[in-house]
Write a protein that binds this ligand. Structure first.
Ligand code: HEM
Length: 466
């Protein structure tokens, strides 16, 4: 049940306002400014002055409680699905479609999650390594040597091609159409998600109508691909995500409808490439500015190791989380620490607030992967993939992809360190990216074909689901 505005103010008056966490004045203006200027850390720093839980009016959501304390975060992530919703207030609902897992709650959400998790976990993961290696090598072949260039777009091409191959299996003509349609669809969709007031028909050239036209083109291609998959007499032997979704059955024995398949594939394609690409661009940005870590990583990779690389990816995601917060809508009064958050309000987990807390991560502003060498990150302090039943369904896929692409960079590109200033953050509607695109300069690039190499080592740990 979604609470109306009247219900909400009634509830808020029943639960005295002074029983809620302290209110941060002018929070809305600060959040807008912080996102526009690429300084999301300003919000967490200011909130910290008021406590580990704060009350604020958040643009796009309204009255909210923000939390940045592991005990409170655990309560949010482990709350019952009928107490906290994520789907009914998701800003992605209109752009990805009402059947997207992002738009669903409770039983419908869990039912969908059971269908889409298996292709991104377990043994199937091993089959993706080769895809990531091939796509990285193909992209590297286009990179200049001895010149600066931004890696964000190249990383986007690697991650888009990789997710297309994982989702649809063998490459064919439809891929070219999707490669043409998806990037502008994602760009417009991200902008429209951040600025929902633009989701209106203001003529064929308006952002929303251009988005809808692309969405129609996308639906046509998907219809074509689905028809081809259905006609494949070897469908049962295929291991691509679409083949699995076509064969999957809900508990009542029904199959996914065309609309469900279309919305869910778009969700996976969109969620599955921009975030990973932005994290990889940040990896380039961070490592060029930390040559001592870079040297150790190169040496480790050349000896087939992966422990420091894993710790480095965790540290990149701690210091440069591409998504900085996640939201839940309170649909039944929610006990949170010493407070009761009334139905109608929102709860926001502040990833950056946790990741920059000196009590959880000493010297939080220092880029120091060694902090994770002896201990893997804690589930409720390190949360770049969110948590609980809504935790990122592609976390293991993203982790493996980041590991493989980074290994290829370390072993095949001689990366030139830089003393340039840190790249600032830029918000693109859903994810934060390095403002200059994660600029790389390589002294040399080794393009030896994959098969000719003795081994492209595949570390065990990269398959772990962390
Ligand atoms: C570095 C890369 C990625 C980051 C940082 C990231 C981050 C996130 C976050 C923060 C959420 C929301 C979690 C919550 O509200 O608690 C999420 C959800 C999701 N992500 Fe990712 N993601 C990444 C890559 C991927 C990939 C590669 C895929 C697919 C292959 C994917 C698919 C999804 C899906 C389907 C959900 C919705 C889960 C649900 O509602 O049950 N993500 N992701």
């Amino acid at each position: 049940m979604v609470h109306t505005r009247t219900n909400f103010w009634h509830n808020l008056s029943v639960h005295k306002i002074d029983q809620l966490p302290p209110k941060v004045p002018f929070a809305g203006a600060l959040i807008t400014l912080a996102y526009l200027t690429g300084r999301p850390d300003l919000v967490s720093r200011r909130n910290r002055r008021f406590g580990k839980a704060v009350r604020a009016h958040v643009p796009g959501f309204g009255e909210s409680v923000g939390v940045s304390d592991p005990t409170l975060v655990k309560q949010v992530f482990t709350a019952k699905p009928d107490v906290l919703h994520a789907g009914d207030s998701s800003p992605l609902k209109r752009t990805l479609g009402r059947n997207s897992i992002f738009a669903l709650d409770e039983d419908l959400h869990l039912r969908e999650r059971r269908l889409i998790l298996p292709p991104f976990h377990g043994e199937r993961m091993g089959t993706y390594t080769r895809i990531f290696e091939e796509e990285t090598l193909a992209e590297m072949a286009t990179w200049p040597v001895g010149e600066d260039f931004p890696t964000l777009e190249p990383m986007m091409r690697i991650t888009l091609n990789a997710i297309l191959r994982a989702v649809f299996g063998a490459e064919d003509d439809d891929f070219d159409d999707l490669r043409r349609i998806i990037p502008p669809l994602v760009k417009l969709g991200s902008m429209l998600t951040a600025a929902p007031f633009l989701q209106k028909d203001w003529g064929p050239r308006s952002p929303w109508m251009r988005f809808m036209a692309l969405r129609d083109q996308y639906n046509d291609v998907i219809d074509h691909v689905v028809a081809k998959h259905r006609a494949d007499e070897h469908l049962a032997e295929r291991s691509d995500v679409l083949a699995l979704l076509l064969q999957a059955r809900y508990d009542d024995g029904t199959a996914m409808s065309r609309e469900q398949i279309s919305d869910e594939l778009l969700t996976i394609l969109v969620a599955g490439h921009e975030t990973t690409a932005a994290s990889l661009a940040w990896a380039v940005e961070r490592l060029r500015r930390h040559p001592e870590v870079l040297d150790r990583l190169v040496e480790e990779a050349e000896h087939g190791g992966s422990q420091l690389r894993e710790a480095t990816i965790w540290e990149i995601q701690r210091t440069r989380p591409v998504i900085v917060a996640t939201e839940r809508h309170v649909v039944k009064d929610f006990e949170l620490g010493e407070w009761t958050v009334p139905a109608g309000m929102h709860v926001i987990v502040d990833f950056l607030g946790l990741h920059t807390d000196a009590a959880l991560f000493p010297e939080p502003d220092r880029f120091h992967p060694d902090r994770f060498l002896d201990a893997a990150p804690d589930t409720y302090s390190w949360v770049p993939f969110g948590g609980g039943v809504r935790r990122c369904a592609g976390a293991a896929f993203a982790k493996l992809e980041m590991d493989v692409v980074l290994r290829m960079l370390l072993t095949r590109c001689e990366i030139v360190p830089t003393s340039a200033k840190d790249e600032r953050w830029r918000f693109r509607g859903v994810a934060f990216q390095p403002r200059k695109g994660g600029v790389l300069r390589a002294r040399s690039i080794d393009l030896t074909p994959l098969d000719d190499l003795a081994s492209e080592p595949q570390p065990e740990s990269a398959l772990a689901a962390t």
